[in-house]
Design a binder for this molecule. Structure first.
Ligand SMILES: [Ca+2]
Ligand SMILES: [Ca+2]
Length: 89
């Protein structure tokens, strides 16, 4: 028995395809001696995207002597990764 391996001809990107299928054929020197296997591949997320602010430039004004703890501005950011890879602080 021989081991078989597969290498990808292009990058696998979780943000593009979370699943794909492979069809693998094996055959010896006799053309009638062959088999096929169907492999369902689940791609796991890798933390390859940085969080980004949804608005990169914002101008704010506030009065002097504002109370400590006053919120100056609300902002939001997003991350294209999934699960804990999309968490940020
Ligand atoms: Ca991330
Ligand atoms: Ca990712």
């Amino acid at each position: 028995m021989n081991g078989l391996s597969h290498s990808f001809s292009q990058e696998v990107d979780y943000e593009v395809d979370k699943f794909f299928n492979l069809t693998v054929y094996v055959q010896d020197s006799n053309p009638d001696h062959r088999d096929v296997a169907y492999i369902e591949v689940t791609v796991e997320d890798y933390n390859d995207n940085a969080p980004e602010f949804n608005q990169k430039v914002q101008s704010i004004r506030h009065k002097e002597n504002i109370a400590e703890g006053t919120s100056l501005w609300n902002c939001s950011a997003s991350d294209e990764d999934d699960g804990v890879n999309a968490d940020f602080m």
